[in-house]
Design a protein around this ligand. Sequence first.
Ligand SMILES: Cc1ncc(COP(=O)(O)O)c(C=O)c1O
Length: 489
Amino acid sequence: MSWADIYPWRSPAPGEPVIRQIYEQVRAAIVEAALKPGQRLPSSRDFAGRLGVARASVVAAYDLLLAEGYAIGRPGSGTYVSGDLSGVAELRPAPAPSRSDPPPLPERARDLDELQFPPPQSDPRLFATGRTLLDARAQDAWGRSARRALRTLDAVHFGYSDPRGERGLRAAIADYLRAARGVVCEPDQVIVTAGAQHAVDIAARVLLKPGDRVWMEDPGYPATRHALLASQADVFHAPVDRSGLVVAAGVEAAPDAKVAFVTPSHQYPLGVTLSMGRRMELLAWARAARAWIVEDDYASEFRYSGPPLESLQGLDGGERVIYVGTLNKALFPGLRMGYAVVPKALSLAFANARQLMDRQPPTLTQAIVLDFMRDGQFAAHIRRRRIAYKAQRDALADALEARLGHLLEVDRPDQGMTLIAYLKDGRSDLAVEAMAQAGGVSVRAISRLYHQAPPAQGLMLGFSGFPARTMDAGVARLAKALEGLPPPS
Ligand SMILES: Cc1ncc(COP(=O)(O)O)c(C=O)c1O
């Protein structure tokens, strides 16, 4: 089969010679690049049948195309679009000039054009963020789960299904979150999404109307901020200190906010944990103000010393907290799967908002993830990753302290996949980022993630995507970049 087999060929009209009409049609399809070099043309018998003409007419039209170099014949195989059209094809005619100006670029499109997203996951350079490592055991287990899921494909996998996700998967996620994060939930409160970002975006759509006040952390995750701006919410940027979001600042400046978006386990980007005192303060404000909290618990699986603090959702009892998590960090970002756990009163609205976006999560991926979880592979993977990522974190922090301790103050986080190295001597983190990128290492300046709070100068480095033994070489490159910058005057 080739595209030529589904091309909308027209049967010849009365009047002009049939051979000429067939020849012109095929030639036009080639010249306009609807059929590409190397593609097989329909067999003369099939083509004649489809057009309702004698086979000899198709053969004659093909002969003309062969003679002019548009097509080539391969004995015993058929007729193909020529691999080299340079000598024969006329240029595709230029499109007619538009008679009127195109519509002006909408304001939203201009905002979106300005989005600065992190480099893609496929960025292979050391310290790129958002990367994970799957060991051979996890890869094998994933392959086995995929093969089992494929073998058991049935009508459910081929049809439309529940926009919240398959019930079995929602139940497995609820079991996991109850055990691992103290989340209080039933499977019907779980909405399977494409990831944490998708869940945050749905939350913004469901919870906010234009002009509503909302808190988010400063510095904070840019994609969350843009989801809030898209809802036309009035964003209050609440400062962050060593204990996480400064709740008192929000209570003072925007007590009437409808929602607070927070990253309590591992604040993005600083990596600090919201203290128990602040958790209580935040919940007390939310109860008094009758506000919602969106708890983005991304990457909370990876903690390195002692048990984590209980989730806000669990502390609250599940009435006012939308809990968001992601398998894209726990497993791998290409997976595109995460979840929201929503209070019962909101679960229908969330399901419908998800349905309006993309109908439902992919059934096959859900089946694979469910098999992987039921087989105990997910828990085993997380346990092994904690050990490996801790060693990677330590290798990176040790190398930074040994080589660059005079210039950087390294914060060794207890959780997550990234660490922050603060610049000690007033160098600009943007300048260091540019030099480092040019030198082949990917570090992110954190100053651009601030909005109202005075920006700290620091670098965000990802350690989860790179084996411990590679850290020294990366730090040597970073040292070269840093030392190549003139000290600030
Ligand atoms: C704070 C925060 N929230 C959400 C996300 C998005 O996660 P996902 O890939 O699951 O959409 C990230 C990714 O880096 C993140 O750092």
